[in-house]
Design a protein around this ligand. Sequence first.
Ligand code: JFQ
Length: 292
Amino acid sequence: VLPGWFSEISPLWPGEAHSLKVEKILFQGKSDYQNVMVFQSSTYGKVLVLDGVIQLTERDECAYQEMIAHLPLCSIPNPKKVLVIGGGDGGVLREVSRHSSVEQIDICEIDKMVVEVSKQFFPDVAVGYEDPRVNLHIGDGVAFLKNVAAGTYDAVIVDSSDPIGPAQELFEKPFFDSIARALRPGGVVSTQAESIWLHMHIIEEIVANCRQIFKGSVNYAWTTVPTYPSGMIGFMLCSTEGPAVDFKNPINPIDADASHNKTLGPMKFYNSELHKASFCLPSFAKRVIESK
Ligand SMILES: NCCCN[C@H]1CC[C@H](N)CC1
């Protein structure tokens, strides 16, 4: 390791490693599930790292949190009940809370240390927990979904880390089955779906599973996140059988003047044009994803 630099080395992106200059290590701990670290970077603000993998930086977290939340929620009229699996840093909660139609936001995060560390070091991200509609459950998302009554949610957002470690089973078919069961007809799911530059095989398998399970529509969208491997990351956007959902046509714009948007400040990344553009794919990815 170069003095003063953090490099993100992982078997999930062999032969490459994004690096950030480190000013100061702010926290290092080991939870029941993973190593947790926070450092002050020179140019991306504070950085949250789990098992050596960058989860978010203050400078570019907006891209991921806003897109994973607003791509599904702006595609259906009046989302009321939303479930977040993972997302312990609170950033997705912050974005979901911008939707005034939402009445209930359940979140199931397996690692309590992630919640506590985010509240301590990333207050502008963990602000999502301050919304009275939020109900925090600490536990395994797989078990949580087994106890959810069928058809409960309008939207489920799976803000997971990578399929290595605690999040492994959040990429497998039984989990997608349990999401489909928890959604109402025409309900939507948005999941972290890795990078077309690095994980085309993982994406191919996820798309094949989703096509079997989600009989509405199945789409892959993407965004740029400079500090994620390959500088981008994608999402699966799927809907269950029922009222048709056209993810590429954001029918439910965010109520920009809603009171909670005053406390949260304006969005930094998401907008309706970018919503539409995010489903446009390079040919090598289109060939695989749209043929499945
Ligand atoms: N809410 C924080 C986002 C966590 N998402 C993942 C972190 C690890 C990355 N390699 C992929 C995205």
